[in-house]
Design a protein around this ligand. Structure first.
Ligand SMILES: Nc1nc2c(ncn2[C@@H]2O[C@H](COP(=O)(O)OP(=O)(O)OP(=O)(O)O)[C@@H](O)[C@H]2O)c(=O)[nH]1
Ligand SMILES: [Mg+2]
Length: 396
């Protein structure tokens, strides 16, 4: 609003001036008396000063505190108040964000505690800090009992403050597991020769391929004489498969149909260092064929019978296989297809259940290279899952 000041000797005269300027609805916003004129204090007159302005285009609703004499004040108050409100809001947001953060932290702690309590109730042997490790071991097909034993090992060997220290937990477990993996070392020529080595196991686990790898190792790398025998005349192409390997490695192959023929073939190989016996894959459910296999093995009593199992077969499957193959005199366990395995707990299960030593692991289809003697530390590293989740990445 445009304001103007009018001076006159009297209020009436001043108002006349105001109305002349702003019309009959002029708004007076202030009045006061002023002294004006004269010289050195002589002849000064008292005048009335009226401050007024034109009528507002849109009349404002009257508020109890909105006196027409204080619009400028109102604006200042509004400005100050606005600032205060903004500051108050900012503070409120800041405080409530902090409150929210505090509450979230509290809730997180509570949930964590609840999870740990629930876990501990369900698995009293597994403390909350080691639960992820426990789950990781199960996920790696480590049997439940063994996983609990491993957790117990950590509890016994490491102080509680170290349970989230990934490096220490891993190292402790790897060391412990490695100590539990009993290996036979590579097959060597010992005792009277020929040394008879038989590979038995379920269908398709890699017996024939592994036999060829061993034959190549003994003959080509170590310079031993080797004779091959197969009793697998069931599967079409089985004999051809082994014959091809025999020709490449340059070792003789005999195909036998009965236990008697097997005895004869062994006798004919009497000057060999090694006799390697390939057998047909036997479904553990096929009782008749399992009996037949036993008759063959009984006929020659191999020096080493290796139970060949694929590391890709699951925990459940391996248990039923072991149950059926338990009827044979097994001296070694041989694990194939490590290159295809997605979990490695099976290694522990097999060794624990058979109570036998691990001879070899195979790591691919390539004959003769993809085979190596079992190495406890290397296998243990595969069995312990990466413990990155929730674990401290501590400096060793
Ligand atoms: N990835 C991989 N494949 C393998 C390995 N060992 C064998 N195999 C493959 O597994 C398949 C079956 O191998 P075989 O040697 O015929 O298995 P088997 O146990 O003799 O089979 P049956 O005589 O039918 O019982 C073939 O394709 C092999 O190449 C291994 O270590 N890794
Ligand atoms: Mg075969």
């Amino acid at each position: 609003m445009i304001l103007k000041t009018f001076r006159a000797p009297s209020m009436r005269d001043a108002l006349v001036l105001v109305k002349r300027e702003f019309g009959p609805h002029a708004v007076v916003v202030g009045t006061r008396s002023v002294k004006a004129g004269g010289f050195l204090g002589i002849g000064r007159r008292t005048l009335v000063e009226v401050t007024a302005g034109p009528q507002q285009e849109r009349p404002q609703p009257r508020r109890a505190d909105a006196s027409p004499a204080r619009p400028a004040m109102d604006a200042r108050v509004r400005q100050t108040y606005g600032q205060l409100v903004a500051e108050a809001r900012e503070e409120a947001v800041r405080v409530s964000a902090q409150d929210l953060r505090n509450e979230m932290t509290g809730l997180k702690d509570m949930v964590q505690r609840l999870i740990q309590e629930t876990r501990s109730t369900r698995e009293p042997d597994v403390p909350g800090e080691l639960f992820d490790l426990y789950v990781g071991l199960l996920g790696n097909e480590v049997a439940e009992d063994m996983a609990k034993e491993l957790v117990k090992t950590i509890r016994e060997e490491l102080p509680e403050s170290q349970w989230r220290n990934e490096h220490r937990v891993r190292e402790t477990l790897v060391r412990y597991i490695a100590s539990r993996i009993d290996v036979a070392g590579p097959t060597v020529l010992e005792g009277p020769s020929p040394r008879i080595i038989a590979l038995i196991g379920p269908t398709g686990v890699g017996k024939t391929t592994t036999l060829a790898k061993l034959a190549a190792q003994f003959k080509l790398r170590e310079g031993h004489s080797v004779g091959l025998i197969t009793i697998d005349t069931y599967r079409i192409g089985a004999v051809d498969q082994l014959r091809t390997y025999a020709e490449i490695i340059d070792v003789p192959l005999k195909v036998v149909l009965t236990p008697k023929e097997l005895q004869r073939a062994v006798a004919e190989y009497k000057d060999m260092d090694f006799i390697l016996l390939d057998t047909a894959g036997r479904s553990q459910r096929d009782v008749l064929k399992m009996n037949e296999l036993r008759q063959f093995l009984d006929a020659v009593r191999p020096d080493e019978t290796h139970l060949v199992l694929s590391s890709t077969c699951g925990q459940k499957n391996v248990e039923s296989v072991l149950e059926r193959f338990n009827q044979f005199k097994i001296d070694r366990v041989l694990l194939t297809k490590m290159d295809e395995a997605v979990s490695f707990g099976i290694v522990l299960t097999v060794l624990q259940k058979t109570r036998q030593k691990l001879s070899y692991v195979t790591v691919g289809q390539d004959v003769p290279n993809d085979i190596e003697a079992g190495q406890p530390r290397k296998l243990a590293e595969l069995i312990v899952p990466p413990l990155t989740r929730n674990a401290e990445r501590a400096v060793p």
